[in-house]
Design a protein around this ligand. Structure first.
Ligand SMILES: [Zn+2]
Length: 278
């Protein structure tokens, strides 16, 4: 059996077919083109699906990861970074494909992929965090994805009760208001390069990032006592720059011991989306 996994992100849409063992058979990526509006984004998604359906007649299911809130039938409620809020993607895909369609949140899918194929393999309870423009979260408890009408949203829990008013959720001092896009004075990739060249301010940006993240993670550890926490997303590439301060806070504040690791599984977004359709 082959399934198609599609991971819709703010910058690009990644898609690939996988077999039941999780082996990727073919892959293709298109730009999301969110700045061109909904019509362009939808057309890019549908074109990717058509591409794979024409190449592979064995596709039995399609799983789609959405960076936001989506129901099981593909009605997208809210996508802060791409123009798909209040759009029924399921209805559009149904016109192209009669097999199984499954939809899920991209961070949930990341956690599922880590649980099935990555750093969470063989573990029972894991948390996946996607560190990028925002902070996405997915939780697998005793082998089952915990999901409840858009929750969990660990990235919007509070780490400073009188902290700055967050644009993301309106809360004061939520995690994302500290370590989301605003934490970086310019493109995080650029700051990363500066940090690698020993620029002091750039290095401090990441050590401070680790402190905030460590405080946040210690709360998750005290609530869930997970076997492992897997970090993914663009910023996780700077793991070695924020690891030390992150671990210091976790050690200081957590009641339980847990492992926090950087995701090494390639194409986790595609794999996690595809898993939904099995
Ligand atoms: Zn928030």
């Amino acid at each position: 059996m082959t399934v198609l996994g599609i991971d819709i992100g703010g910058h690009s849409i990644k898609a690939g077919t996988i077999d039941t063992a999780g082996k990727i058979l073919a892959r293709k990526t298109l730009l999301t083109e969110a700045d061109k509006g909904r019509k362009a984004v939808v057309s890019n998604i549908l074109n990717l699906v058509k591409h794979f359906l024409s190449k592979d007649r064995q596709i039995a299911g399609i799983g789609i990861g959405i960076p936001g809130i989506v129901d099981a039938k593909g009605l997208i409620r809210y996508t802060p970074n791409i123009p798909l809020s209040n759009f029924n993607l399921g209805k559009q895909l149904r016109k192209l494909f009669k097999g199984k369609l499954a939809f899920g949140n991209d961070a949930d899918n990341f956690a599922l992929a880590a649980y099935k194929f990555g750093a969470g393999k063989g573990r029972k309870t894991i948390i996946g965090l996607t560190l990028g423009t925002g902070v996405g979260s997915g939780i697998v408890i005793n082998g089952t994805l915990f999901s409840n009408n858009g929750a969990p949203e660990l990235g919007h829990t509070t780490i400073q009760f009188d902290g700055p008013r967050a644009e993301c959720c309106g809360n004061d001092g939520c995690i994302e208001s500290f370590i989301g896009r605003k934490h970086f004075s310019e493109d995080p990739q650029a700051i990363y390069k500066e940090a690698m060249a020993h620029d002091k301010d750039a290095l401090k940006t990441f050590t401070l990032y680790g402190t905030y993240l460590g405080v946040a993670i210690s709360n998750f550890v005290n609530i869930f006592n997970p076997d492992v926490i897997v970090l993914g997303g663009e910023i996780s590439n700077a793991y070695n720059l924020f690891r030390k301060t992150m671990e210091k806070e976790i050690k200081k504040r957590s009641l339980f011991r847990t492992r926090v690791v950087k995701n090494k599984l390639k194409h986790a977004g595609i794999l996690g989306s595809a898993v939904l359709a099995f």
